[in-house]
Design a protein around this ligand. Structure first.
Ligand SMILES: *[C@@H]1O[C@H](CO)[C@@H](O)[C@H](O)[C@H]1NC(C)=O
Ligand SMILES: *[C@@H]1O[C@H](CO)[C@@H](O)[C@H](O)[C@H]1NC(C)=O
Ligand SMILES: *[C@@H]1O[C@H](CO)[C@@H](O)[C@H](O)[C@H]1NC(C)=O
Ligand SMILES: *[C@@H]1O[C@H](CO)[C@@H](O)[C@H](O)[C@H]1NC(C)=O
Length: 154
């Protein structure tokens, strides 16, 4: 298994103001907004899109993403991967075992004997490093997480 540098960029999503909001609760999050009231709430924990607030047909702002208000359900496995960036492997590894170039690897099982969405310590359970940026009239945040060789091998 090789080193992987995982980078996602959400800058194209929205233009305008970027706020790093330390919420009243236990959530650290980035909030991207635009003048129409649109808001994308992004957590460094799991690179999670926690809220996506958009105006509906009548102009009423509504959150159209499934998410939790607190960090705990994301951390303790209650959240069924709502809005999260999953990996290394998205979907299931049967028997939590695979072969690569003649060698057998075991990854952590988190759904009976199956490894689902990166197993017990997948990308959705890591703290990603957030870096806000501005480029002309656009701004956004880049989230980065380094997955070392052997990450997730149990
Ligand atoms: C996880 O956190 C939620 C929200 O705080 C709580 O309701 C639930 O009981 C917790 N579950 C576990 C397995 O700890
Ligand atoms: C998983 O393990 C079981 C029991 O050892 C075996 O019967 C089955 O073929 C394995 N499945 C895969 C996809 O390797
Ligand atoms: C895990 O195993 C239990 C007991 O055999 C079974 O009832 C359950 O459906 C399994 N869960 C999944 C997600 O396969
Ligand atoms: C900044 O925006 C311009 C125009 O959209 C684009 O061509 C350029 O690649 C962007 N630069 C970076 C560093 O993202």
């Amino acid at each position: 298994m090789s080193h992987e540098l995982c980078t996602i960029s959400l800058g194209a999503l929205l233009s305008c103001l970027l706020l790093l909001a330390a919420q009243a609760q236990d959530l650290e999050e980035y909030v991207l907004t635009n003048p129409n009231g649109l808001e994308a709430h992004i957590l460094p924990y799991g690179a999670i899109l926690q809220k996506l607030i958009v105006p509906d047909y009548d102009g009423v702002l509504r959150d159209i993403a499934l998410g939790f208000d607190h960090l705990e359900p994301y951390e303790n496995g209650t959240s069924p991967y709502f809005g999260a960036l999953v990996g290394r492997v998205a979907n299931r590894v049967a028997n939590s075992t695979f072969e690569l170039e003649g060698k057998t690897y075991h990854v952590s099982a988190n759904e009976n004997s199956t490894s689902l969405h990166g197993g017990k310590y997948g990308f959705s359970r890591q703290m990603w490093a957030g870096r806000p940026f501005t480029n002309g009239s656009s701004s956004g945040v880049t989230l980065q997480y380094f997955s070392p060789d052997g990450d997730e091998v149990s």
